[in-house]
Ligand binder design. Structure first.
Ligand code: GH3
Ligand code: MG
Ligand code: MG
Ligand code: MG
Length: 311
């Protein structure tokens, strides 16, 4: 049984939720040909701590999506040149924007018209006029769910680490940041040694456990700002911001020793695993170039006898 909140309590709770300092503020794209109304809704949402971009020219929606990355789109239905549902359909054609919730915000009260809009594309229909509280609740609920889903979609299910494409994307972002700050970024490619033998000797499930254990060790031993991705099966890509190569070697070397000392057991046998790692320092250039350099260093580590770290 949940105790109902009165409007004042609800507003206070919402203010807390919306202005949370633990995450980036939610971003809302407002598409409406009625500038005055759009300005009003934007004001309400901005006062609650959200970032709002008003789009009065539907043709610019894709430029705006790419630049602004909204968590929610609030879309008018009746606009000259292009209706809201038509625009929503166009947005949904692109995989990149499939997860962004689209809420129609319209004075259309005819249920059949509303359903016609929803069946084309879009997730919800809100009729104007709407109270400030209702607007904030609708946006918050959708934005939060969308963020949670987006976060899950970037993660590998066995390890909870960033998936291949996402760790590469984050590396590209860290390289841009490093260009601005001048702080070095280290790139580490790490691969479990003779992993085929683990699978052959103890089975795939035990192999999975080894991968999951190494993932946990990496998460534990690295900084909060470091990024860890599962690059492939038993291959990991680490991105260490603000970390010179020499420091990266020390950090990875310490993790190497801990992993090598970690006992695993299967079929009443105890066994140990090791990994090899290659490290490069990211600079000006393409992401793939620095991943490739780390990969070449990893190749040297494998040929240098495995269970070691090379630059
Ligand atoms: P090396 O020291 O040269 O890296 O030897 P290796 O045996 O680790 O080399 P290789 O990369 O050829 O083999 C990796 C094996 O990892 C092959 C594949 O069956 C296994 N593998 C890949 N992904 C998974 C996974 O998710 N779970 C399990 N259990 N095994 C996996
Ligand atoms: Mg309109
Ligand atoms: Mg491999
Ligand atoms: Mg391997």
């Amino acid at each position: 049984f949940v105790k109902p909140l009165n409007t004042t309590e609800l507003e206070a709770r919402l203010r807390q939720l919306l202005a949370s300092k633990e995450r980036e503020p939610f971003k809302v794209m407002l598409v409406d040909d009625d500038q005055l109304l759009a300005q009003h809704y934007a004001l309400v949402l901005r006062q609650a701590g959200l970032l709002v971009e008003i789009l009065s020219e539907p043709a610019l929606i894709f430029d705006s999506l790419k630049r602004f990355h909204p968590d929610v789109i609030l879309l008018d239905v009746n606009m000259p040149f292009c209706s809201g549902p038509e625009l929503a359909q166009l947005v949904r054609l692109q995989q990149a924007w499939l997860g962004v919730p689209i809420i129609y915000l319209s004075s259309e009260t005819d249920t059949e018209q509303q359903l016609a809009a929803l069946i084309k594309a879009g997730d919800d229909f809100i009729t104007k006029p709407i109270t400030d509280t209702a607007l904030k609740v609708a946006v918050f609920a959708r934005a939060q769910r969308a963020r949670q889903l987006a976060e899950i979609m970037t993660r590998d299910s066995l390890t909870g680490l960033l998936q291949h494409a996402h760790i590469k994307e984050r590396l590209a972002l860290e390289m841009l940041r490093s260009e601005r700050t001048g702080l070095p970024v280290a790139v580490v490619m790490l691969d479990i040694d003779h992993f085929k033998k683990v699978n052959d000797n103890y089975g795939h499930l035990v192999g999975d456990q080894v991968i999951a254990n190494l993932a946990n060790l990496l998460k534990q031993q690295l900084r909060k700002t470091d990024l860890v991705g599962r690059y492939g099966g038993e291959e990991f890509l680490l991105v260490l911001p603000d970390c010179p190569q020499t420091r990266a070697v020390e950090v990875v070397e310490q993790i190497r020793q801990r992993f090598a000392a970690l006992p695993f057991s299967a079929a009443e046998q105890q066994f140990f695993c090791t990994f090899s790692a290659g490290i490069s320092q990211a600079g000006c250039g393409a992401v793939d170039m620095f991943i490739d350099q780390a990969d070449q260093a990893l190749y040297q580590a494998k040929h240098g006898g495995r269970n070691c770290v090379k630059v």
